[in-house]
Design a binder for this molecule. Structure first.
Ligand code: AMP
Length: 215
């Protein structure tokens, strides 16, 4: 089975949803976005700094983001494999990750890229709701909870992320095109990239990717 995986794709492509399903394969889910949101909730120095970038749709500076990933990857639970969701997002991050994974002898074995057209990304993000407690994702039209505003899994309240608005989304998509999309070539050149069609829906996508990782 392939371990030490990168999950790539634009905001709204379904990285978080897929990552939560792939945990069942024994991979540790590392989401830099979740780590920042936790720090914001806890009101730490990192949280205050991250919030000032995230709320406008901007990227948190590389040295900060690389630092938290470096610490996380060195933890013993990553030994059996990790799934990076939302990292790397820039070329310096990809280069730092390559160096770091070599040092700790946990090389990246696959980069999964989720393709999705922009109209669908906007629909998904503008209707997205997330559980405040467990982070489970919902959508106001296509993935409604059983009881409005309440998480099916833990009963927590659902909310709209403050960067899931039209203005911040425009900025996030521009950062994706200018800074993150070029990483497709970076991993293609290293023979690590595989593309999947995120329009297929989460159940089919999960089956295809689980099969690919087990092959
Ligand atoms: P996400 O939950 O992956 O959509 O991330 C939410 C926000 O956190 C992003 O829009 C960025 O502002 C910030 N963020 C997450 N990961 C990174 C990263 N690798 N580099 C810079 N900023 C990031």
């Amino acid at each position: 089975m392939k371990r030490n995986i990168i999950l790539m794709g634009p905001p709204g492509a379904g990285k978080g949803t897929l990552a939560k399903q792939l945990i069942s394969l024994g991979l540790v889910h590392i989401s830099t976005g979740d780590m920042f949101r936790e720090a914001i909730k806890a009101g730490t120095e990192l949280g205050l700094l991250a919030d000032s970038y995230i709320k406008h749709g901007n990227l948190v500076p590389d040295e900060v983001t690389i630092g938290i990933v470096k610490e996380r990857l060195a933890m013993p639970d990553c030994e059996n494999g990790f799934l990076l969701d939302g990292f790397p997002r820039t070329l310096p991050q990809a280069e730092a990750l390559e160096k770091l994974t070599k040092e700790i002898n946990r090389p990246i074995e696959a980069a999964i890229n989720l393709d999705c057209d922009e109209k669908e990304l906007v629909r998904r993000i503008s209707g997205r709701r997330v559980c405040k407690n467990c982070g489970a994702p919902y959508h106001i039209d296509s993935a409604k909870p059983k009881v409005e505003g309440v998480c099916d899994i833990c009963g927590g309240p659902l909310y709209q992320r403050n960067d899931d608005n039209e203005e911040a989304l425009k900025v996030r998509l521009a950062h994706y095109v200018n800074q993150t999309k070029p990483l497709i070539d970076f991993y293609q050149e290293r023979g690590l990239l595989t593309n999947f069609d995120s329009l297929k829906g989460s159940a089919v996508l999960f089956d295809e990717i689980a099969k690919f990782l087990k092959s």
